[in-house]
Each structure stands twice: as structure tokens, then as C-alpha cells.
Write a new protein. Sequence first.
Length: 181
Amino acid sequence: MKRIIIVLLLLTACTHNDLPVMSTLPEFSFTERSSREVKSQELAGKVWVADFVFTSCGGFCPLMTEKMRKLQDMLPPQVQLVSFSVDPERDTPQVLAEYAKRYGADPNRWWFLTGNKDSLYKLSKEGFKLAIDDTGGTDVEPIVHSVRFALVDQMGRIRGYYSMDEEPELAHLVRDAKSLL
């Protein structure tokens, strides 16, 4: 009985700082909607949330961006948000700036990044471990990509993935992000 109580106390004392490390991101450099070059080193020491979207998407991307906008309001101001374009040929900095404005993205907290397609796809697949494919899809959503948010810690390590289509998942993400601060 004593052993059970100790185990329960230890489980209760655990914090979300014990989140698993799922992957460590490689260094990257992309262009922000402001046309400024952004390097991954600028995110060092910050907790951040990432997603992959494209502005001409007629499927899940607008909903993901709405959810990211909701996270902007729910998360403490020190948590950075980063949306990576999976359609860099069309998603120029100007197009991303208009898209970000439409969704009320705070330019100081929420970056929209574009750049070399191969580098973006490699980051999605190998860094974030998120699927992406532009060889199939539909007319509405020609680029098939993950619809999950990734939580990244101060050392560039992925600490969790969260479904964008379930409200409890957003609350879970907010709780986990706060625990990393």
C-alpha cells in the first residue's frame, strides 16, 4: 500500500516538462512575409508552435490558420507561432502578408515562412516527421500535408503533436506550452 501511495505521489508531481522528445529540428533559413530572412537560431530559447499550410488551399488550411489564430489568443505572449508554406511558388512574402493580415496574425509573434520548396519539404518530412505530398491530392487541396500542430521547446526539440480539429487538443497544447516556459 505504501508503494502505491508513493507512485501516485510521483505521478501527481510530474509536470509537462516531462513531455517526450520526439525529434530535434535541423537548422533552417526561410523568408518571412516581411521579406526578412529568418533563421532557426532566432527561435533558440523560445517555445513555439508550428504548422504547415498554403494560402490557396480550399481544404483544411483555412481552418488550421483559424485555429492558429485562436492559439495566438490563448497562449502566453512569449510563445512564438510559425506557419510554413508548402506552396512556396505561389506563397510569396506579399501573398503571405495578405493572408496573415486576413487572419489577424500578430507580426511580432506569428511568422509566415516561405522559401526553397525542397528545403521546406525536407524540413516537414525529416525534421518535423510530418507527411507532405504534392503528387496527388485533389483540385481543392492539391498538396496533401499534415494537419497537426507541433510544439517545439527552447532547444528546437519537438515535444508534442496536436490535432487541429479537436478543441480538447488545443487546450492540451496550451497547457503543454505553458509547462515548457
